[in-house]
Design a protein around this ligand. Structure first.
Ligand SMILES: Cc1ncc(COP(=O)(O)O)c(C=O)c1O
Length: 398
């Protein structure tokens, strides 16, 4: 016997975005007036009708185990939303309710991947995908996009990355960290490759409700029977309903895949908190005014932030179309020196901004782009203005 730990756990890095938020909090606790652009969660309170549904669930004694894959009531509500918003038909048996989008994704990868299977991950990517794939014994295959193509990979690039080990691709639209949205035509071309080359699509649509261009969100699974049969659509309530702490996400898939995920979940975590499930039913079926208001406010901040950043020296960014992030190219800044030291990487920029300008930004090495930073606009307009003033001051000092 030896007291060594698992190889699987050894290769996984802790989440750097959570680490930055923690560092900013720590400085704030020391009395520093830190502006945190790291937030990956809406700054709004969960709408009161949703909270009331949870309070009523407690009062009504809805506090026991539910079926492991979720209550029929919530699965039906998810199906109703998928039908109406995503133009996707699923039976409740094809839906699993999980502990947030993260848990839905880990279930999906566990259901699909055999050791050594490759999963194509377009970059920039949400930093958890490669780690999740590795945790499921898969091999992440990163395909880099260009700014010229809106930080989106093309169907040709994907086709070129396919090998006989390719099991799946992870598609995230609207995208974290870029805020970019794949068009129907782009998704059609990608779907064609997936069908021809015979691999699964993991469609992470966590930010589907937050598109500001007036365009409709397109779910790749809605583009035809063949792609429907190889897509696992996943989303959740965290971002659209300001419900990050409630931990409710879901996946919808061909029945055989959902059955596998449900069996695994029944041993791993059992059901999502029964009270949160009741709240989720209210979120999906109740009034959506609060959600619309949040989206309007995000849009106002998005426009302000993009307007400011595009006029700053040494940096550039594309106008984000969705989610709540601005993805900034800092490669020119990386070539500069600060106090006699070469900057080189966005991680250094983040350090300088935090320690000397009291401003937390997310350096994007863990998202595949070490010379970019991500700024979230899920913070108040007043904070955004203050933080952007500080970033501008830093850039002008170079
Ligand atoms: C693209 C993307 N997918 C999934 C998630 C997970 O969301 P949840 O908090 O519901 O686990 C996040 C959270 O940051 C995300 O950005």
């Amino acid at each position: 016997m030896s007291l060594s730990l698992s190889k699987r756990s050894e290769q996984v890095k802790p989440s750097s975005t959570l680490a930055i938020t923690a560092k900013a909090k720590e400085l704030r606790a020391q009395g520093r007036d830190v502006v945190g652009f790291g937030a990956g969660e809406p700054d709004f309170a969960t709408p009161s009708n949703i909270c009331d549904a949870a309070i009523n669930a407690i009062k009504d004694g809805f506090t026991k185990y539910t079926p492991a894959a979720g209550t029929v009531e919530l699965k039906e509500a998810v199906c109703g939303k998928l039908e109406k918003f995503n133009h996707l038909h699923y039976d409740p048996a094809q839906v699993i309710i999980c502990n947030g989008g993260k848990h839905a994704l880990t279930n999906i990868f566990d259901a699909l991947i055999n050791p050594g299977d490759e999963v194509i991950i377009p970059a920039p990517y949400w930093l958890s995908y490669p780690e999740m794939v590795k945790l499921s014994d898969g091999v992440p295959v990163i395909v880099y996009s260009t700014k010229e193509n809106g930080y989106k990979v093309t169907a040709e690039q994907i086709a070129a990355a396919v090998t006989d080990k390719t099991k799946a691709i992870v598609l995230n639209t609207p995208n974290n960290p870029t805020g970019m949205v794949y068009s129907r035509q782009e998704l059609e071309a990608i779907a064609k490759v997936a069908v021809e080359k015979d691999f699964y699509v993991v469609a992470d649509e966590m930010y589907e409700a937050l598109i500001y261009t007036g365009e409709e969100h397109v779910s790749i699974a809605s583009l035809g029977d063949e792609i429907y049969n190889r897509t696992i659509t996943c989303s959740g309530l965290s971002k659209s309903y300001a419900m990050t702490g409630w931990r409710v996400g879901y996946a919808a898939a061909p029945l055989e895949i959902t059955k596998r995920m449900s069996a695994m979940q029944s041993h791993a975590t059992s059901n999502v908190n029964s009270i949160a499930q009741k709240a989720a039913v209210e979120a999906l079926t109740g009034p959506d005014e609060a959600m619309k208001k949040m989206k309007e406010e995000f849009d106002r901040r998005r426009q302000y932030m993009y307007g400011r950043v595009k006029d700053m020296p040494l940096v550039s960014c594309l106008e984000p179309e969705g989610a709540f992030y601005v993805f900034i190219d800092m490669s020119e800044v990386c070539k500069k020196e600060y106090k006699g030291e070469k900057i080189e990487k966005a991680a250094k920029i983040a350090d300088i901004l935090l320690n000397e300008f009291d401003t937390a930004v997310v350096p994007c090495a863990d998202f595949g782009y070490p010379e970019h930073v991500r700024l979230s606009y899920a913070i108040s307009m007043e904070q955004i203005e203050k933080g952007l003033d500080r970033i501008e001051k830093f850039l002008k000092s170079l």
